[in-house]
Design a protein. Sequence first.
Length: 286
Amino acid sequence: MAIRNRYEFTMIFDVENGNPNGDPDAGNNPRIDAETGIGLVTDVCLKRKIRNYVELVKNGEKGYNILIKADKALNSKFEDAYKTNNIDIKKGKNKDIDSVKIARDYMCANYYDVRTFGAVMSTGDNPCGIVRGPVQINFAKSISSINIQDITITRQGRTKQKDHDTGNTTEMGRKSIVAYALYRSDGYVSAALAQNVTKFDEDDLELLWEAIINMFEHDHSAARGKMCMRKLYVFKHDNVLGNCPSNVLFDKISIKSQTSIPRKFSDYSITVDENMPSGVTFTSKI
């Protein structure tokens, strides 16, 4: 059964000596707001980590496949939905509405990320419709402005044999890092969309919280440095449509730096006004 309560949530995480989200438009440097110097991490980046965690723990379990990953073309997965449900796959894009709905429901039931985040599945000859997912996440923004450091690195190993034959086995490279930054991202869970479209249920919701808490624990790399989910705050409404605007709840969380140049989590103070509007329950998951 689909969830019956609306939720908002806030994630607070940090990075130390790493690049939390490279920007292809800027030589893969950490993303930054050019006007304010505030660091950014895209919603796509955060959703990718959630997908990776679900795939890791569920390991292909029925109903928990991941659509957006580099295994095979998306259109071939849409075609599989038609074949599995014995829908004619030879009529081209002009499928009847009932066929597309059957295929869409199959994708929601079998792919966790479709059931959670939604997907555009209208491409190819076997479209599965467009799904608005109940879970949406904003860009993460750093609390303080960030300073991007370019670090020169070396390696003992030449790529080409002719270069190796010169006798100098050291090659130069670079990596861009943020010495320290604390990021905040707010998110939403719509019970209305879950009930009307994807059937995102309570088990899916618990898996989402688990994935958010652990999203960095199985994603370590030399490029990303030390990343850690520090806080996960959840606001639960007692009905489908909610009891107050989301901004009222997000404003109850205040994060302030206690030093001019913060370099660790304890350099920030986080305060939460736990006096909630009627019908809203606050929970700290971490």
